[in-house]
Every structure is written in structure tokens, then in C-alpha cells.
Design a protein around this ligand. Structure first.
Ligand code: CP
Ligand code: NVA
Length: 299
């Protein structure tokens, strides 16, 4: 069985920390243009059943820096969209490439894909998890503020895939995640109960934000939920991250968002474009943290 990265819990706490240390080294090499092409000829296939800017460009660039190559596949221009079973696609690609990244809808789909694959599979986002995002987010927090262990993080808004991955990160790295989400839009109950006191639901956004070291949000309607967008705009209206909400957090608190963002919905323009926001560094760290992940999986 190859080693997969489908959720953050595929890493131990010490592997997660080692990966973050390596990501910081790789970033410093990149800044001084000292990238080492230590994986010549290696290939990553990237299957995107949903849109992407950051995930695609960061993985593709990472493979170039490592001396390898990435291949983009979408349902529109591969046999995946014409009904070839995903297990067959996994088997075929395993005979050609060294690693496969999949962005898809149901998490069961990526699990089926991984079960049939003979090379490592990376979850590039499913409806349930976005583990790659949590590599970059924690790298970003730690390069600005030091170890995240023992810190307080507020998740404001939808209990979605990114929120679920935050719950796993809180449990692995030992920080406190305070979640404010409207009823009916809560994160995965099994993940919450597994995280125990590391992830707690709060009554409202203000309670979650109070005393936080980091405030995080995401879109109100994720990919695949476009038809719910109007209803969600009403339900989530009290969950916008505003300057007033940021003022309840610690004075040195940071703001993060995985992007793409909707200014005036989940976050006000003055917050995302303001001094406490680190969203551009966060997006940039996708490159370095995923390069560290690729090194780990390629061996
Ligand atoms: N944050 C993130 O995964 O962005 P993309 O959808 O652009 O890949
Ligand atoms: N929750 C969002 C994240 C996008 C990167 C979505 O799934 O669309």
C-alpha cells in the first residue's frame, strides 16, 4: 500500500511538524533561488473535478522546482468525464506517474481512487477535507508568530472542508479551535468529538473571536453549493469577519482565508486588505508546504 495524504490525520504530529520545518527551509531556498531539482523525471498527475487557481499552480510549480513535471487532467478533456471508472483511472495512472493529486466532490470518491492506486494520492480538496490548505496555513502562522501550540484560533462561518481540516490540525498540533457556525452548517461531528477540548463550538462569532490569536474564515457557499448561495448569504450574514470582530481578538491577531474570497460577504474589504491579513503569504506558502509534502511522498 502506498502512502496517501487524504486527510491531515494521515500524518502523525511529529511528521506534521517535520513537514512544516522542511517547508520553511524550502521557502528560504526558493527566496535565494537555490531550489534543488532532486526528483528529475518524476511526474505528478493532477485530476481537477472542480476549479482551482492556487492548488494547480502551486503543485505544478513545485514539480518544476523539484526537477519533475505535472500533468493537468480535467473531466472535460479526459476519459474521467466520459464515465471511465475512477478505479480504472487510478490503476492506469499508477503505471505511468509517481504521484496523483485529486480534487473532487464526495470524499468517498477520493477514498475509492486511493484504494485502487499503486502510487501516493494527495487530496487536493474534497467536500469533507482540504488538508493541503492546513499545511500552508500553519506554516504561515508559525513564520509570523512562532509555534501555534497553545494558541487560540477562531473559525467564523461555514463548518466546511477547510474547517474540518482545521479541527484535525488543532488536535494534532495542540491549539484551541473555537468555531462559530450557524445551526445546520456545523463541521463533521465525528471530527469534533475526536478533537475533544481542542475544537469547541461557540454561541456566536463574537464569542469565538474573543482573545483569538488567529481568525479564519472561508466562502459561505463552497464549490458545488452554488444553488444555495442566496439562502446562505442570509443565514451567514451575522458571520462576516469585520474590523469590529477583529478588535475582539488579541492586538497581534492575524487574519487568514484560503481564497478565493468574497469581500463584503464572509470578510470585509478592510480586514482582508488590512494590516492583520496574511492571505497572500498564506497562498504563497501552498508552494513550499506542498513541495515538502511531495518530497515526503516521493521518498
Ligand atoms: N485555496 C485553494 O485551494 O485555492 P484554489 O481553489 O484556487 O486551488
Ligand atoms: N470551501 C471552499 C474552499 C475553496 C478552496 C470550497 O470547497 O469551495
Amino acid at each position: 500500500m502506498p502512502r496517501h495524504f487524504l486527510t491531515l490525520s494521515d500524518l502523525s504530529a511529529s511528521e506534521y511538524r517535520a513537514l512544516l520545518r522542511r517547508a520553511a527551509e524550502l521557502k528560504s531556498d526558493w527566496k535565494s533561488r537555490r531550489m534543488r531539482a532532486s526528483y528529475p523525471g518524476r511526474t505528478l498527475a493532477m485530476i481537477f473535478e472542480k476549479s482551482s487557481t492556487r492548488t494547480r499552480v502551486s503543485f505544478e510549480t513545485a514539480m518544476v522546482h523539484l526537477g519533475g513535471h505535472a500533468i493537468f487532467l480535467s473531466p472535460g478533456d479526459s476519459q474521467i468525464g466520459r464515465g471511465e471508472p475512477i478505479e480504472d483511472t487510478a490503476r492506469v495512472l499508477s503505471h505511468m506517474v509517481d504521484c496523483i493529486m485529486v480534487r473532487t466532490h464526495g470524499h468517498d470518491r477520493i477514498m475509492r481512487f486511493a484504494a485502487a492506486a499503486e502510487v501516493p494520492v494527495i487530496n487536493g480538496l474534497s467536500d469533507l477535507h482540504h488538508p493541503c490548505q492546513l499545511l500552508a496555513d500553519i506554516q504561515t502562522y508559525q513564520e509570523a508568530r512562532g509555534d501555534i501550540a497553545g494558541r487560540r484560533v477562531a473559525w467564523i462561518g461555514d463548518g466546511n472542508n477547510v474547517c474540518n481540516s482545521y479541527i484535525e490540525a488543532a488536535q494534532l498540533l495542540g491549539f484551541e479551535l473555537r468555531i462559530a457556525a450557524p445551526p445546520g452548517y456545523l463541521p463533521e461531528p465525528a471530527l469534533l468529538s475526536a478533537a475533544g477540548s481542542h475544537a469547541v463550538m461557540m454561541g456566536d462569532a463574537r464569542a469565538a473571536a474573543s482573545g483569538a490569536d488567529l481568525i479564519v474564515t472561508d466562502v459561505w457557499a463552497s464549490m458545488g453549493q452554488e444553488t444555495e448561495a442566496a439562502v446562505r448569504r442570509t443565514v451567514f450574514a451575522p458571520y462576516q469577519v469585520t474590523r469590529e470582530l477583529m478588535q475582539l481578538a488579541r492586538p497581534d491577531a492575524l487574519f487568514m482565508h484560503c481564497l478565493p474570497a468574497h469581500r463584503g460577504e464572509e470578510v470585509s474589504a478592510e480586514v482582508i486588505d488590512g494590516a492583520q491579513s496574511v492571505v497572500w503569504a498564506e497562498a504563497g506558502n501552498r508552494l513550499h508546504s506542498q513541495k515538502a509534502l511531495l518530497e515526503m511522498l516521493l521518498g
